[in-house]
Write a protein that binds this ligand. Structure first.
Ligand code: NAD
Length: 325
């Protein structure tokens, strides 16, 4: 079996590849994995160092918008797991062009090639951000919720979700969409809140907290996120969307205070900064569908996951210091 993993040198994609090569996903324990990644600022070959010697791994450097390369890479593949994206909301606010190009045109290019080469399953990895924003007290989102994205990032992801589902209905490509919640863990680029704050604090620098810090996110460990995606890749029904949540709802202020506690520093290290434009207030996911149909449950507790993540950044300065410079 051959699996093409786009964006497999990024944070979540590389975790999926490492776990698959190490045999953590029983359905894919013999599969050959082809990573297709452009190595943007967020892509890093070092993320695959632990499995680089595996004869089951092949790395192709290239752009998912490159029709010829995508066509060649997908020929003979049975499964595509599509992680590649521009993924940082703040960057999409500063300029959205790369987001539209990679997230929309790139997904379209992959869907076309997958349809032409008769791929057996296409898993499009998306995000809870496509649903928009909840207020406190509102019920978590289920998969039927209308899409109301607020940032250029989430709008580009929602566009790709709709395209992927339309290609399933129009051309019969067996597509599944996963919508994961805010993910954390090792190897995450130090621009997202947890790795940015941890690495700042390790360097005795202040952490910039947006607005009143009361924005709520549903935290999900990368190991749980990837296991959810693997379950959908194996058993998800074509044409269906699956939420993958972590079940730990916390405000950014709570996350920040836990990080300060872990690292033994006080509140004076927090600098409140003007809020992000159109900052979504709350995300929360209903995971009844993936739990009932595919047996998914988050397994990594917030306390254990966070402690290990902080430990990883503390032990891997050589990984993040060059990125922060
Ligand atoms: P990331 O930014 O760490 O990695 C993205 C990867 O895609 C990088 O390796 C990059 O080089 C590659 N890439 C970017 N543009 C490309 C292109 N044009 N062609 C080929 N490769 C390209 O992102 P991540 O946090 O690992 O997210 C992976 C996926 O999961 C994304 O689709 C994202 O929308 C989704 N997601 C992320 C989160 C989160 O909290 N990080 C939550 C839910 C869903």
């Amino acid at each position: 079996m051959r699996i093409v993993v786009t964006g497999g040198a990024g944070f979540i994609g590389s975790h999926f590849v490492r776990q698959a090569i190490k045999g953590h996903y029983p359905g894919f324990s013999d599969a050959e994995l082809v990573v297709l990644d452009k190595l943007t600022y967020a892509g890093n070959r070092a993320n695959l160092a632990a499995v680089a010697d595996s004869p089951r791994l092949r790395f192709v450097e290239g752009d998912i918008c490159d029709e010829r390369l995508v066509g060649e890479s997908l020929r003979g593949a049975e499964l595509v797991v599509h992680f590649a994206a521009e993924s940082h909301v703040d960057r999409s606010i500063a300029g959205a062009e790369d987001f539209i190009r990679t997230n929309v045109l790139g997904t379209h290019t992959l869907l076309n090639a997958a349809t032409e080469s008769g791929v057996g399953k296409f898993v499009h990895v998306s995000t809870d951000e496509v649903y928009g924003s909840l207020e406190g007290g509102e019920a978590p989102w289920a998969e039927e919720e209308a899409l109301k994205p607020n940032s250029p990032y989430s709008a580009s992801k929602a566009s790709a979700d709709l395209l992927a589902l339309a290609v399933h209905r129009t051309h019969g490509l067996p597509v599944c969409v996963t919508r994961g919640s805010n993910t954390y863990g090792p190897h995450q680029y130090p621009e997202k809140i947890i790795p940015l704050f941890v690495t700042n604090l390790l360097d005795a620098r202040k952490v910039p907290l947006y607005g009143d810090g009361e924005n709520v996110r549903d935290w999900l460990h990368v190991d749980d996120h990837c296991r959810g995606i693997a379950l959908v890749a194996e058993g998800g029904k074509p044409g269906e969307v699956y939420n993958v949540g972590g079940g730990t709802e916390l405000t950014n202020r709570e996350v920040t205070h836990r990080l300060l506690e872990f690292l033994g520093v006080d509140q004076s290290m927090v600098e409140y900064v003007p809020d992000r434009k159109a900052h979504d207030r709350r995300y929360a996911m209903d995971i009844t569908k993936i739990s009932g149909q595919l047996g998914y449950q988050p397994a990594v507790t917030w306390e254990k996951g966070l402690a290990e993540t902080i430990g990883w950044y503390a032990a891997h300065r050589e990984w993040w210091e060059p990125l922060k410079q």
